[in-house]
Design a protein around this ligand. Structure first.
Ligand code: ISJ
Length: 335
C-alpha cells in the first residue's frame, strides 16, 4: 500500500478507505472508474488525479499508522509565523481596502506542533466522532504528502444537471450568543454573490436557488452558510466547474486578483494544499470539499493552517483569535 485516502463524509457514520494510484492530469472518469482529485490553493500548479481501488477493509485500515510511519518525512524547517506579522498583515489590509473593488482578503497562517507518538488512526476516529457534519479525511501520497482534517466547507457537489455549492463565511465562537454583525453578513454576501456569478456566467440558462444565510457549527466555531443550487441545461464538466469556482472569496477574498496579490505579498509562505480542494469526480456526479481545518502531517510534527476573512470592519486581535480557535479544531483532537 503506497497511497490511500481514509474518509468519513458529513452526516455518515461509517468511514471508507480507498487505495490511490496517480494518473495523468488528462484522465477523465468513466462510469466504472471514478477519480479522486487533490488540488492545491494554486490549482494550476498543483492538481493531482488518482484512480481509486477498494481497500481490504480492516486489514488496510490497521496498516495506516505503520504505512505513515514508514513513509512520512521530517517536517521542513519553517520560521514561526509570529503574531506580530499576522496583526501587521491584517492592519495593512484594512488600510488598503477600498469601497468597491478590494473589499475582503482571507489571511492565513501556519503553526507547527510536535507529533511524536501520535496515532493518526485514533485522531481520525476522534475527528469523526466530534465533528459529525464535516468531511473528515486522512490522505497520503508521495506526490502530495500527508494531509488530515475535518472540513465543514463543500466547494461543489451535484448529480447530472443539478449543481450545489455553499458560501461559508463569518465565524464566531459556538457558544457566543450575540447576533451576527454587519461585518460577518457582509463577508458572507461577497461569497454568495461570487458563486452565483460563476454559476450564471458559465451557464446562461441556469435557474438558481438560494437558502440562507443560516448558522452551522463546526466544533468550537460556528459559521454563516448559504446554500446555492442550480439546474443546468446539460451536465457540467465537474472538474472544470470546480476550477472555475476555486478559490472562492471564502478562502481568497475579493477582488480575485487584488486579494491574490495581497496574500502573496503579506502572508509570506506557500499555502500548498491548504485552501485547495479535494474530492470525488465521478462520470455523472461530483463531491468536492475545500481543504481547511486541516494539517500537513510529518514524521515528527504537524503543520496546522488557519485563516480568517478580513474586511474593513475587522479587528486584528479578534481575527488572530479566530485563527487560534480554528486550529483548536484539530489540536484538541490529536491523540
Ligand atoms: C480560511 C478558513 O475558513 C474560511 C473562512 C471563514 C471566515 O473567514 O469566517 C469561514 C469559513 C471558511 O470559509 C480556515 O478555516 O482556515
Amino acid at each position: 500500500m503506497h497511497s490511500f485516502l481514509l474518509y468519513r463524509k458529513p452526516g455518515y457514520q461509517h468511514s471508507e478507505m480507498v487505495l490511490l494510484s496517480a494518473v495523468d492530469a488528462q484522465t477523465v472518469p468513466t462510469p466504472d472508474q471514478p477519480l479522486f482529485v487533490f488540488a492545491g490553493f494554486e490549482a494550476d500548479v498543483r492538481l493531482h488525479l488518482f484512480r481509486m481501488t477498494n481497500a481490504r477493509g480492516e486489514t488496510d485500515i490497521k496498516d495506516v499508522d505503520a504505512v505513515l510511519k514508514k513513509n512520512l518525512t521530517l517536517a521542513p524547517e519553517i520560521s514561526a509565523d509570529s503574531k506580530k506579522h499576522y496583526l501587521n498583515a491584517v492592519e495593512s489590509a484594512i488600510k488598503n481596502f477600498d469601497t468597491t473593488v478590494f473589499t475582503k482578503v482571507v489571511l492565513s497562517r501556519r503553526a507547527t506542533y510536535p507529533a511524536k507518538g501520535i496515532s493518526y488512526l485514533s485522531t481520525f476516529a476522534e475527528l469523526s466522532r466530534r465533528y459529525p457534519d464535516t468531511m473528515v479525511f486522512l490522505m497520503y501520497s508521495p506526490e502530495t504528502g500527508c494531509w488530515m482534517g475535518a472540513t465543514p466547507e463543500r466547494l461543489l457537489y451535484g448529480d447530472n444537471k443539478e449543481i450545489h455549492s455553499m458560501s461559508l463565511a463569518g465565524t464566531r465562537l459556538t457558544i457566543d450568543p450575540t447576533p451576527w454583525a454587519d461585518k460577518e453578513l457582509e463577508e458572507q454576501k461577497i461569497v454568495t454573490a461570487y458563486i452565483e456569478e460563476v454559476f450564471s456566467s458559465t451557464y446562461h440558462t441556469i435557474s438558481i436557488k438560494k437558502n440562507g444565510p443560516y448558522e452551522v457549527t463546526a466544533g468550537p466555531v460556528k459559521h454563516l452558510r448559504t446554500d446555492i443550487s442550480g439546474t443546468l441545461p446539460v451536465m457540467p464538466h465537474w472538474l472544470q466547474l470546480a476550477l472555475q469556482l476555486h478559490p472562492t472569496p471564502a478562502v481568497l477574498g475579493s477582488h480575485h486578483t487584488k486579494a491574490k496579490e495581497f496574500i502573496k505579498k503579506y502572508e509570506g509562505y506557500d499555502r500548498s494544499y491548504y485552501t485547495g480542494f479535494f474530492g470525488f469526480w465521478n462520470f455523472d456526479s461530483a463531491d468536492f470539499y475545500v481543504n481547511l481545518r486541516s494539517m500537513q502531517v510529518f514524521d515528527d510534527q504537524v503543520i496546522l493552517y488557519a485563516g480568517a476573512g478580513i474586511t474593513a470592519g475587522s479587528d486584528a486581535e479578534s481575527e488572530w483569535r479566530e485563527t487560534e480557535l480554528k486550529m483548536q479544531t484539530l489540536l484538541s483532537v490529536l491523540v
